[in-house]
Design a protein around this ligand. Sequence first.
Ligand SMILES: [Zn+2]
Length: 279
Amino acid sequence: MIELPEAVTIAGQMNKELSGKRIAAVERGHTPHKFAFYTYPADTYRSILEGSSVGESTDHGNAILTQIGSDHVLVLGGGGERILYHQGGETLPKKHQLLLQFEDQTYLTVTVSGWGNVMLLQHEELAEHPHVGETRVSPLSEEFSWAYFKRYFDDLVGDDSRSVKFFVVSKPGIWGVGNGCLQDILFQAKIHPRRKVLDLSSLERKALHQSAVEMLAEAVALGGRDSERDLYNHIGGYQRIVHSRLVGEPCSRCDTPIERTHYLGGACYYCPICQTYPV
Ligand SMILES: [Zn+2]
């Protein structure tokens, strides 16, 4: 799943390869997919996209926004989209949900695995969109300081029951962080995903902030995580610390076997000693 490090990586690569190119041909929905989210019928994609120029791509949380002509934005990311650039037709995938052919015979393809966004929106529709409309403070920005993050905790009232996982990936959420990046952020901060946020000590709260900022910056610097691929189909250089294949393997800090728990719609991987959960 594309999260913030991959959105930054792919948006940067799209700027390098696609910015200024004119779209010569479009195929939307070549391979049917129940959970590929489009916004218009195939004909409308073609009439909007064909002949238009590709503008700037920007990361937007876990999404990638690409300007199309003067009125539209192509919204990718946030799900299991494989977004690939092709210098010629030889590497085109058999299955895809969107194919853009440019005038210079290069291509962009989007292939959804699981679910994913292939949305085309007008600028005003983007601003009102429930999932991608909001612009928030990026955890990669200077504005995302400890003083800023601390306010998330200050806003909690006495009987708030939300867990750390919910707090990080949902409400209020760290922009662009999902269940993937969450794992290493909590491992480094030594916090169990089910802990109640209100029970975190002030040192743990600071550790959570620091861990998130450091993990995300490192994953961006290394071109995304090693579970994901970039625009050139290269695996990201950030090696995850805890993940599914390490269940039962020794924790890198204390040698205790890594455990798995299914929680809030996704598996969590953690060290039961470094990340204790009070019972
Ligand atoms: Zn450990």
